[in-house]
Design a protein around this ligand. Structure first.
Ligand code: NAD
Length: 451
């Protein structure tokens, strides 16, 4: 059992703190946001992540997890200190490390004289950040203290975070010394997963490489979908046919609105910046970002084509979160689509099972929010599925067709069976699926019954 402090109680920090507590450790979670800490102290998780509320409550009852704004007190009691603060995109594309620097300074000034601690960087950070954190801590470290920095990038996915933390594909540890590696191996021993131990810079590079590759798959398949539309092929079958090759795989090969969220856009941009800094031209990464940038605009244009104009049109938008099972709207393609529709004069009526409050912080009163999905559809000229929540897959399409004013259904996530929606009388648009026997003009894709 270890005494652990986690700095930052966002998606990564809170999941890390709660899961390590569940494994029998004592964790103190720290945040500078006093409202967040107050909510957590009274058992409320201030964001939506399936199962997290219950996990936190259970460990709170067993006194294995606690929450504080008093970083110095928490750090002074801990053997392992995780940094899990945000690393947003800086103005020039580089990761903004101000929160990491601040956490490192707090650690240095909070350790008791003579103590030994391991500082674990879980935030996604550019190569050399381990060196930077070590240098900052060394600068202000109290006499007799010893600190070793470890890079332990996190690969969890929002919406599945607990399962991903508890059953990871691998655990990556970038270390400066064998002793820290041994302590970290012991900490993660209850998890059944391969542990990959590397130097710190390699571990930092692994995280960026993983995210950049996944983003590349998404932009790649979006580009393929564009070609499929033109040549009259069905991208879903193309993915199945190509992706069943073990060397390729079907994961992250779903065309749609492009990638978003708090990680991929900033991490691909940051990796491109690192490459440039070291004199490497990031040709592939720049193309990945470019395809992604275009995708939402292309979808807005497609909808405009189907409705002739978006000026004054009422659009029901299903989904605001950047993906299902989260309330996170950071860099959400659905939010970008809302903005593109508003720019073209549309009125947007949106629904999301979890992300209305977070979307409202971003979009204010520029759109109308509905807690009932059918209310959002009422009298709309078109319905657009922007996030593939299960709730939308199970939608009563017959009722939807009756409450809508128009009949355009833009399924940007390809969640419906075209044969079913066509039978409901919809004018169906999807991404990368062909217009078999299309009756619509070129460029306005209608999938009609294939067999
Ligand atoms: P987040 O924005 O949800 O949470 C960060 C938290 O840190 C906030 O609550 C903030 O108040 C707090 N904070 C900032 N500075 C602090 C300080 N000096 N002391 C105490 N608290 C401080 O961020 P997140 O989504 O959890 O991401 C954290 C890091 O993990 C990022 O680098 C991100 O790229 C990476 N990551 C995120 C995910 C994900 O799915 N969200 C997955 C893997 C890795």
């Amino acid at each position: 059992m270890k005494k652990i402090a986690v700095i930052g109680t966002g998606y990564v920090g809170l999941v890390t703190g709660a899961c390590l507590a569940e494994l029998g450790n004592t964790t103190i979670c720290i945040d500078t946001d006093a409202d967040k800490i107050e909510a957590l102290q009274s058992g409320i998780v201030p964001f939506f992540e399936p199962g997290l509320q219950e996990l936190v409550a259970r460990n709170q009852r067993s006194d294995r997890i606690s929450f504080t704004v008093d970083a110095a007190e928490a750090i002074s009691k801990s053997e392992i200190i995780f940094i899990a603060v945000g690393t947003p995109m800086g103005e020039d594309g580089h990761a903004d490390l101000q929160y990491v620097r601040s956490a490192a300074r707090t650690i240095a000034t909070s350790l008791n004289t003579g103590s030994r601690a391991i500082v674990v960087n879980k935030s996604t950070v550019p190569v050399e950040t381990g060196d930077l954190v070590s240098a900052i801590i060394r600068e202000s470290l109290t006499d007799g203290c010893s600190v070793s920095v470890v890079s332990n990038p996190e690969f969890l996915r929002e919406g599945n975070a607990i399962a991903d933390f508890m059953s990871p594909d691998r655990i990556v540890l970038g270390v400066y010394d064998d002793e820290s590696a041994a302590v970290m191996r012991e900490l993660y021993a209850p998890l059944v997963a391969p542990i990959i131990v590397t130097d710190v810079r390699t571990a930092e590079m692994i995280k960026y490489t993983a995210n950049a590759f996944l983003a590349t798959k998404i932009s790649f398949i979006n580009e393929i979908a564009r070609v499929c539309e033109k040549v009259g092929a069905d991208v879903k079958d193309v993915v199945l046919g190509a992706g069943t090759d073990k060397r390729i795989g079907t994961a992250f090969m779903n065309p749609g609105l492009g990638f978003g969220g708090s990680c991929f856009p900033k991490d691909v941009t940051a990796l491109a910046s690192i490459a440039q800094k070291y004199g490497v031209t990031p040709t592939v990464l720049e193309a990945v970002l470019q395809v992604n940038l275009e995708q939402v605009q292309l979808c807005a244009e497609r909808l405009e084509g189907a409705l002739e104009t978006l000026e004054g049109r009422r659009i029901a938008l299903l989904g605001l979160a950047f993906k299902p099972n989260t309330d996170d709207v950071r860099e959400s393609p659905a939010i970008k689509l809302v903005q593109a529709l508003l720019d073209r004069g549309a009125q947007v009526h949106a629904h999301d099972p979890e992300a209305i409050a977070t979307a409202r912080q971003m979009l204010g009163d520029s759109i109308t929010y509905h807690s009932n999905v059918y209310e959002s559809l009422k009298d709309a000229d078109a319905m657009v599925v922007a996030t593939d929540w299960n709730e939308y897959k199970q939608l009563d399409l017959d009722l939807a067709a009756r409450v809508l004013r128009g009949n355009v259904l833009f399924d940007t996530r390809n969640i419906y069976d075209p044969r079913v929606v066509l039978e409901q009388g919809f004018h169906y648009l999807s991404v990368g699926r062909v217009a078999y026997g299309a009756t619509a003009p070129v460029g306005q894709l209608v999938y009609e019954i294939k067999k």
